[in-house]
Design a protein around this ligand. Structure first.
Ligand SMILES: Cc1ncc(COP(=O)(O)O)c(C=O)c1O
Length: 373
């Protein structure tokens, strides 16, 4: 394991290790997932979600396009697009990185079999599988999302909960991968790496979380479940259609009639979503405040799919331009489960039932370091 101060740094280290170990540059990632703000991984919205291609679009001003030359963006929960990318970029992909349970665009767990497919593809094409558990780590279970999904990545990144708010992040995994840092082939620097107050906080946190075999997770999960139930109940009582999706203490609420949402584009645009809730950041609905505080104003009318109401092409906002693109209309119109499916596409555990706490045990030019291009 290696320690640093922020999730972004730990993600950066994981990608560098993967590139050094494979001698390849391309990194596949998924739309809607967030892996920190650094130039090499932060992205904007994909211009065409149907055809994954590198380079990804920069997500912020000041970010050079060249930094994303080797980043491929794939749609989440779409095994066909995954397979297509693995064929197109065969022999070029160093790593596939994902939030194993997507928590940064709504909360969207993987469809059954999707992460398994990613694992299999990584094995088949020799890519390093990186789980970014900066949100899910030590939160959804002692063993993180990987223990719930039963899938072991090659590298894992932790942050946030690991030191209960102290600035600490971790990258760890397969010995042969981490060896690239231990041997000095890959540089991992940082003045505050492994700083003592943060390390002490992590030890105290992990001691508390693992006491009695992780018994505390039962309470955390129960609290999350009652918050989710409370939001649904509040919605029903107020006559407002409420969709709540989540895992244990991490969940998200939409004002929506949909039975579920399984891809980030819909998650982003659906109704007017509330804040992401957790027992530590609970929203008003579950706290019994007045309805006026709780029920958001009606959702904004989505931009028309016809060209009529839009501003002339040159003056359209980026969002409007995206929504008005024919490929977007086709895609959103044909999503399989969105149109009135009954069962959610992931295990019922993802809907708030408690998970058994489960230890996973994580198992890692003429550049100065093996992974810088
Ligand atoms: C999944 C995930 N990865 C990485 C990061 C980046 O972490 P940091 O903000 O500590 O750099 C975040 C931050 O929210 C995150 O949610």
């Amino acid at each position: 394991m290696r320690f640093c101060s922020s999730g972004s740094e730990a993600v950066h280290a994981a990608i560098r290790i993967a590139r050094a170990a494979t001698g390849r540059w391309k990194v596949a990632r998924f739309e809607g997932h967030y892996h920190g703000w650094l130039d090499t991984i932060y992205i904007g919205e994909s211009p065409d979600a149907e055809r994954p291609a590198a380079p990804a679009a920069p997500g912020t001003r000041g970010q050079p396009r060249s930094a994303l030359a080797d980043v491929i963006v794939l749609p989440w929960n779409d095994p066909d697009a995954l397979a297509a990318a693995m064929h197109i970029y065969r022999g070029q992909i160093a790593a596939v990185i994902l939030e194993p349970i997507l928590c940064n665009t709504g909360v969207i767990p993987p469809r059954p079999g999707f992460v398994e497919a990613i694992r299999e593809w990584c094995d088949r094409v020799g890519a390093v599988l990186i789980f970014d558990e900066v949100i899910t780590g030590f939160r959804v279970a002692l063993g993180g999302a990987q223990s719930l999904l039963g899938i072991r990545p090659d590298l894992t990144v932790f942050g946030k909960a690991v030191a209960n708010g102290f600035p600490l992040s971790v990258v760890g995994g397969r010995r042969d991968l981490m060896e690239h840092i231990a041997s000095g082939a890959v540089l991992h620097g940082g003045t505050y790496n492994g700083n003592l107050p943060a390390m002490a906080a992590a030890r105290a946190t992990l001691d508390a979380l693992s006491a009695d075999g992780g018994a505390v997770y039962g309470g955390i999960t129960d609290t999350g479940r009652s918050l989710m139930d409370g939001l649904r109940r509040a919605g029903a009582e107020a006559g407002v259609p409420v969709l709540v999706q989540g895992v244990g203490p991490v969940f998200h609420m939409w004002i929506s009639n949909r039975p579920s949402i399984d891809e980030p584009r819909t998650a982003r645009t659906e109704g007017r979503s509330s804040t992401r809730c957790s027992p530590r950041r609970c929203c008003a609905a579950a706290c019994g405040r007045s309805r006026a505080d709780v029920v958001p104003s009606p959702p904004p009318t989505p931009p028309s799919t016809s060209r009529g109401p839009c501003a002339p092409r040159g003056r359209r906002s980026r969002k409007c331009a995206t929504l008005c693109r024919p490929s977007h209309r086709v895609r959103t119109g044909t999503r399989r489960m969105i149109q009135g499916g009954t069962a959610p596409p992931w295990p019922s555990e993802c809907w708030g039932r408690p998970f058994a706490p489960n230890d996973s045990g994580i198992r890692p030019a003429a550049p100065a370091t093996g992974a810088t291009s």
